[in-house]
Write a protein that binds this ligand. Sequence first.
Ligand SMILES: [Zn+2]
Length: 496
Amino acid sequence: MDPQLLLPPGAGLVVEQVQLCDEIVHLMVRCEASGAHCPKCGAWSEAFHGSYERNLGDLPIAGRQAVIDLRVRRFRCYWPECPRKTFVEQAPILAERYAHRTRRLRSLLEEIGLALGGRPGSRHCQRLAIPTSRTTLLRKVRGLPERPSATPSVLGVDEFAFRKGRRYGTILVDGAAHRIVDLLEDRSADALVEWLDNHPGVRVICRDRAGVYASAARRGAPDAQQVADRWHLVHNLADALERFAVRVLASLRKELKAEAIVDATPRLDLPPPASPGRLMARTEQRHAEIHELMTRGLTITAISRRLRLERKTVRRYATAEVAADLLGARGHRDTALDSYLPYLAKRWQDGQHVAACLFDEIKKRGYRGSKRTVRRQLAGWRTAEPPPPAHVMLPGPRTLAWLLLRRPSDLDEKEHVLLRQLYERSAELGRARQLAQDFLRLVRERPVASWTNGSPTCTRWVRQNYVASAAISNMTGMRSTPGSPSAGVRAAWKGM
Ligand SMILES: [Zn+2]
């Protein structure tokens, strides 16, 4: 094979020799011309001054790393007015001035860097016989010129996390091309206003439910129409359904309870403690154990290590004269929950039996304990009630909202039966489901194109559904609330 074929065509270079040295293919190359033009004045010169070798990394050859050893000459410039005394000949088709890699290798590295990023890209390069560090790849990507992007007419705006819970930025998406247009450093209104000022021409801004972007859009692009995206619409719906479910379930529970048992009201004024006997016995045993070790002369640290207890705990036992001092007056340990028990009992009698809801409620009233403590307390109340009545079998509000949201075809037989039973008890629930499903169909199928064409059936259909969604809002007092979307919404969204 002609080794000349290994060079880019028309580069004006000659391959003198091909050598394999330490598993690296070396191409000894020189320039073809007898002289060169001075880069300053353009005068031709063949006055040889000296030469040296440039080593340029190149594309691998037959799975081996390759290097082009380019011998370049330095010429004198004899043009009297030229400030340059000497200059070096260049091979612009092969590589840029001062470069350590050929152009073709550089563009390959840029592509690998763009596709794989730093570390994976570097590993991939290793396999391709192009040893490259991850920082080099990242530098190549950063060095690329920014692609000019036209201002999109439909702009999607949302926040994204640099680091979850810590730092957020704003992501701007071209709604028509589904491409990221820009990333802003923070999620403030000012940043978005500035961007909109520099990019006039946005007609529609698709944003989340937070007020920040709404005000930014009003300031930065007052003529643009603001819309909510489908995901946030469904999120709103799920929130509304959940609030609705809380209300419906509470009344259902009351109803069922009244039917099932009249005389089995749990002793809520004095809720049964969770087996005080066992706790007492364990505390006494541990107290005795620790005091026994203390009399043998062990330190708190030694005891904590031996019993695998925290030093704080050991110290608490050590300072207590008798085990009973460690427990509250009623024979169980005082918890942060104690002062909230009357409130919990009242809510329990009202029909609210969902631990998560009750936890939220007392948390708002200042409770600082864990959700587990609340669950444990409620578990005692649940089991204290004779045969599990029907109202305990009701789903939680989030589960119910989820059942109302999902496509009927995705529900299993058990869920269908449960929903049917609930509809029989509450007509409102059936109506809510119908409205939710209509609204979801509107969001999923988006008959907007035919709507704007003015098709009368479609317009009617949309109007009906719009009325439906408005009705569900009225029914549930839907408001926009920030918060993390539930799993239900995410799944409903995935199905679109
Ligand atoms: Zn010159």
